[in-house]
Design a protein around this ligand. Structure first.
Ligand SMILES: Cc1ncc(COP(=O)(O)O)c(C=O)c1O
Length: 450
């Protein structure tokens, strides 16, 4: 299951790296291989206690293995362990970060930008909201009921008033509900999610931008999970229209550590207006000495950040450029095809109740039953039986409004319905789908007859 053949390329790259420091006196960092081996083997044993995330039969949560080039480039950079806070800490990796972030900005159609990598989507969104607070100090921050839970929490951190906006039957922000709030309450910013965590629903950004013209507010796009689907050629027209409007957003967050094939610790925040760098002005008497060029710490909320994350992303983009029709774009299209085929399977079966057609690569469904409680128990039983057969799915508690819209046949005997959820984020999911569906059906038969 674990790709190891490429490890020898790391040794070759390390030799090239080391040549760059050949003028230094000889120095060998001491290691004690015997102890090292024992500790590493113990760590490997401990790590066995995991779901098999890299395997195609892991089709549960939003987890995608990093590309081998990202793993290798990250490990290569770790031998230097650069810190991209200041050029003093990571000259080469800062330059690579600027290039990698510029490529992401250009993928979204930004003609100018300010941005950098961050620890995660949460921290990237926090920073975008912090900038929003400076740019538009008065009014509410709005996000849909299906937006990521961290928005409300980060608004609490920033002491910004937050309010949820109802969703439509597809889990997208409801435009009537949004306009109603805009009419009645001063609004500073609307967080628009392109790819919600639970359902992969895409808020109608193009329509939100029309409301911005009338009511005037800042638009922040949380595309932490969905952002790279900008490159996919097989989106439905409404979804495509939202992605096509993304260059008009004031700020965007995307997580290379979700669909961008990166190890964890790689989010990205982009601001459309480089002049917003003025909000970051701070004095740091102990850094920024070695160059008059921009140090990334001068435009970032965080201080130390791993240069290795930038090197890994840069190398991945070099190998798999983010262009429509390229290998990287094709792999996203494969994920969406897999989700559509999965959805067709559950929609055509008497055993299941399907959620809406996936907008990206997340599928949600539950088990046919007389009521919500029974459907939920069955979903839980199928989840367990599938895991027993090495097919790993996820569960999702659906709110009343979506359960009512999707599955009116279920007796309303519970506030929520437990549904099954599958994120088909690996391109291999498409070819593995027949096996995945056969295991799902077996798990369903088994648990229903038990
Ligand atoms: C839409 C969305 N926003 C934000 C986040 C938070 O990102 P992170 O887990 O990188 O902090 C997630 C995580 O799943 C997400 O799906």
């Amino acid at each position: 299951m674990l790709e190891k053949n490429s490890l020898q390329l790391l040794e070759e790259a390390l030799a090239v790296l080391e040549q760059g420091f050949s003028e230094l006196p000889e120095f060998e960092a001491g290691v004690r291989p015997k102890h090292l081996r024992a500790v590493l083997q113990e760590a490997a044993l401990r790590l066995q206690d995991n779901f098999p995330y890299p395997h195609p039969l892991y089709a549960g949560q939003m987890l995608k293995p990093p590309h081998p080039v990202a793993r290798l480039a990250y490990m290569l950079a770790l031998y230097i362990n650069p810190n991209n806070h200041a050029l003093d800490g990571g000259r080469a990796s800062s330059a690579m970060e600027k290039e990698a972030v510029a490529a992401i900005a250009s993928m979204f159609g930004y003609t100018s930008h300010l941005g950098h990598l961050s620890a995660s989507g949460t921290i990237a969104n926090l920073e975008a909201l912090w900038v929003a607070r400076h740019a538009c100090p008065q009014g509410l921050v709005l996000a849909s009921e299906q937006a990521h839970n961290t928005h409300a929490r980060m608004c609490e951190v920033l002491q910004l008033p937050f309010q949820s906006v109802a969703t439509d039957a597809l889990g997208r922000m409801d435009m009537n509900a949004l306009e109603h709030t805009l009419k009645h309450k001063p609004t500073a910013a609307v967080i628009t999610t392109l790819g919600t965590t639970g359902l992969g629903a895409v808020d109608p950004l193009h329509e939100i931008l029309r409301l911005r013209e009338r009511y005037g507010f800042r638009v922040h796009v949380d595309a932490a999970y969905g952002g790279y689907f900008k490159l996919a050629a097989n989106l439905d027209s409404e979804t495509r229209a939202a992605f096509d409007a993304i260059s008009q957003a004031d700020s965007i967050v995307v997580d290379p550590h979700k669909h961008g094939l990166q190890p964890y610790g790689c989010g990205c925040v982009l601001l459309r207006d480089p002049a917003e760098s003025l909000f970051y002005k701070h004095d740091s008497p102990y850094t920024y000495f070695t160059s008059a060029e921009l140090h990334l710490g001068e435009i970032s909320l965080e201080c130390s950040r791993p240069g290795a994350a930038a090197v890994a992303l840069w190398a991945t983009q070099k190998l798999l450029p983010m262009v429509p029709g390229g290998e990287f774009a094709n792999s996203l299209e494969a994920s969406r095809r897999a989700a559509l085929a999965f959805h067709r399977h559950v929609a055509n079966s008497q055993t299941y109740l399907a959620g809406p057609r996936p907008e990206l690569d997340i599928v949600v469904w539950t088990l046919a039953a007389s009521g919500r409680a029974a459907a939920g128990h069955r979903a839980q039983a199928v989840f367990d039986a599938a895991a027993h057969r090495q097919l790993h799915l996820a569960l999702l508690r659906l709110p009343d409004n979506l359960a009512t819209a999707w599955w009116p046949v279920l007796r309303n005997d519970a506030d929520r319905v437990t549904a099954l959820r599958s994120c088909l984020m690996k391109p291999e999911h498409e070819t593995w789908l027949p096996r995945i569906l056969a295991l799902l059906d077996t798990a369903a038969r088994e648990s229903l007859s038990a």
